[in-house]
Design a protein around this ligand. Structure first.
Ligand SMILES: CC(C)(COP(=O)(O)OP(=O)(O)OC[C@H]1O[C@@H](n2cnc3c(N)ncnc32)[C@H](O)[C@@H]1OP(=O)(O)O)[C@@H](O)C(=O)NCCC(=O)NCCS
Length: 137
């Protein structure tokens, strides 16, 4: 599949995709994260529409990514992996040594595709199971 365009986007543009892909039962006004306006956000476009997003919080040589999300109708088409690969390449280029996330347990297989490994034990938050995953460069 051809690469979809990916670029850095304005923070609030992530909220609609987060809501539709991750929290359909919540309001878009609930989608803002503390720190969103100090973080970096990347968006993937498909047919000129914002289709996938991920947010990056850098702290020295460590970075956490949060709210990786692809629109429901466009999942399983390879867009998530393209966006994650872009994020990993960006972090490598920036000299990040450790990239991590609190992954939904349901998405472990996705992150493993690109080399992320689980750290520690799963835990529950708001009725969802999560586990820390990381990639060291
Ligand atoms: C998880 C998510 C970002 C993946 O994006 P996507 O565009 O659907 O994934 P891709 O099509 O790029 O999948 C790439 C590969 O990972 C696999 N994969 C995708 N989601 C997976 C999952 N949840 N578990 C295991 N494997 C998965 C695919 O089968 C595919 O493998 P293949 O190349 O061998 O066929 C997307 O499905 C999504 O937004 N889900 C809802 C929100 C969510 O769970 N976000 C993650 C929170 S931690």
């Amino acid at each position: 599949m051809n690469n979809a365009p990916i670029e850095q986007i304005f923070p609030a543009l992530t909220w609609r995709i987060r809501q539709l892909a991750m929290y359909p039962e919540k309001e878009i006004t609930d989608m803002e994260l503390a720190g969103d306006f100090d973080a970096m956000h990347f968006g993937l476009y498909h047919q000129y529409e914002l289709t996938g997003v991920v947010s990056l919080f850098i702290d020295g040589t460590t970075a956490q990514f949060r709210k990786m999300a692809v629109l429901p109708n466009d999942q399983s088409k390879g867009f998530g992996l393209q966006l994650l690969q872009y994020l990993v390449d960006y972090c490598r280029e920036q000299g990040i040594k450790n990239l991590w996330c609190n992954a939904r347990v349901s998405a472990i297989g996705f992150y493993k595709k690109i080399g992320f490994e689980t750290v520690g034990e799963p835990y529950e938050r708001n009725q969802l199971a999560y586990i820390k995953m990381e990639l060291t460069f």
